[in-house]
Design a protein around this ligand. Structure first.
Ligand code: 3PG
Ligand code: MG
Length: 411
């Protein structure tokens, strides 16, 4: 029994279902084509199950943010989804107008339609409670037309936005299969990980990483924390390593003095559980050169962890019971500097550990290296995963729990 309803808790036959998903995808800036449709692929199990059970489904989703170049309508997403599903998903360029309302009223059983990008609504992104959102016309107009609200938008579950938490206040609500799967996999890693548990944190979000490391070690979730990428450089700096001007300048933009102090304190108090690179790769005349940390500073940018670090970390990963990785170890856009990320992923996938990776760049890197399907689980979360890593509640999950407690009777 979960704290929220799932697809197992309702009879969907003949029911009209509003399905909120996160199919916010990376796009090609010139053509606006979807460059990675993983999030669309991941909603298929829920969608197929709802259709198979005889539901009439309307999909609600967003892409980009108003004012940004990737804020586009969802017709491309509907086309992509139709191809994956082998069945047409009719796209409506309308949300609350007569066209949309008529279409929702007449969805045939076993059919799916997709509504307009919900962020067209000026209030959609307001951060409010579920009760406050339930008063907005998105919820008051659409909820009478639906029997059940299903939320499968794990990737947006850290947002307390209208379409994500408002319907749970008024409609019987359930989590979709992706939401369930994400929470189960993350629960397995963070609640009761098989030991030894190894967490590899990379990427550039240094301030957040300090808090995550504090939590992982403080709550004894992690046996080892391996820190790589720009964050690894920042921790090296906190340990007193002089990296050289190009990397120091980049770090100055990423870290506040408070973050640096927090990292120093963490290294002092919990340093024995934190593994930092012993060597790094810099770019010299367009080529990779590995250097021991002791040979720094150098006037070249640090773009990856070095080979000795890869070897050292791979040994730790090989003996792990759980491996979690979020954030790349180096510059994954530039060839010789993909090595650290790729080899740490290889070590994880060759181990017997339960392996989970997440974060936009990490999942795309795994895809690029052909390793995506070798992990036990790949999370669709970026910001949602960061929120989870910090141990903060996810508003969408909280709203789903509240809907279950309210025991809203099926219509
Ligand atoms: C994401 O990709 O982070 C989610 O779709 C939420 O989008 P947002 O960060 O623009 O709110
Ligand atoms: Mg985001």
């Amino acid at each position: 029994m979960t704290e929220f309803n799932t697809l197992d808790d309702f009879d969907f036959r003949g029911k009209t279902v509003l399905l909120r998903v996160d199919i916010n995808c990376p796009l090609n800036k010139d053509t606006l084509d979807i460059t990675d449709d993983n999030r669309i692929q991941q909603i298929l199990p829920t969608l197929k199950e709802l259709m198979h059970k005889g539901a009439k489904v309307a999909i609600l989703a967003h892409q980009g943010r108003p004012g940004d170049w990737d804020f586009i309508p969802l017709d491309r997403h509907a086309k992509d989804l139709s191809k994956l599903l082998g069945k047409e998903v009719k796209y409506l360029d309308d949300l609350l107008g007569k066209t949309a309302l008529d279409a929702i009223r007449s969805i045939p059983s076993w059919e799916v339609i997709m509504l307009k990008n919900v962020r067209e609504l000026p209030y959609e992104q307001d951060k409010k409670t579920m009760e406050e959102h339930a008063k907005m016309d998105l919820v008051t107009t659409l909820s009478p037309l639906f029997d059940i609200y299903v939320n499968d938008a794990f990737g947006a579950s850290h947002r307390s936005q209208c379409s994500l938490v408002g319907f749970q206040a008024v409609l019987p609500s359930a989590a979709g299969r992706l939401m369930e799967k994400e929470l189960k996999a993350l629960g397995q890693v963070f609640s009761n990980p098989a030991r030894p548990s190894v967490f590899i944190l990379g990427g550039a979000k240094f301030g957040e990483s300090v808090k995550v490391v504090e939590r992982l070690i403080g709550k004894k979730i992690a046996d080892w924390v391996i820190i790589v990428g720009v964050t690894g450089n920042a921790f090296l700096k906190a340990r007193g390593v002089k990296l050289g001007a190009p990397s120091e300048e980049l770090l100055a933009k990423e870290m506040t003095p408070e973050d640096l102090e927090a990292a120093k304190k963490l290294l002092l108090e919990k340093g024995e559980k934190i593994l930092l690179p012993c060597d790094v790769a810099v770019e010299v005349d367009c080529r990779r050169r590995d250097l021991l940390v002791g040979d720094l500073p150098q006037n070249h940018p640090v773009l990856d962890i070095g080979r000795a670090s890869i070897e050292k970390f791979s040994r730790v990963i090989a003996g792990a019971g759980t491996v979690f990785m979020s954030g790349p170890a180096g510059m994954i856009e530039k060839e010789p500097f993909t090595l650290g990320t790729k080899d740490l992923m290889l070590a994880a996938t060759h181990s017997k550990a339960f392996t989970v990776i997440g974060g936009g760049h990490t999942a795309s890197a795994a895809e690029k290296f052909g390793l995506f399907h070798k992990f036990s689980y790949v999370s669709t979360g970026g910001g949602a995963l960061e929120t989870y890593l910090l141990g903060k509640p996810l508003p969408v999950v909280e709203a789903l729990k509240a809907a279950k407690n309210r025991k809203c009777p099926p219509k």
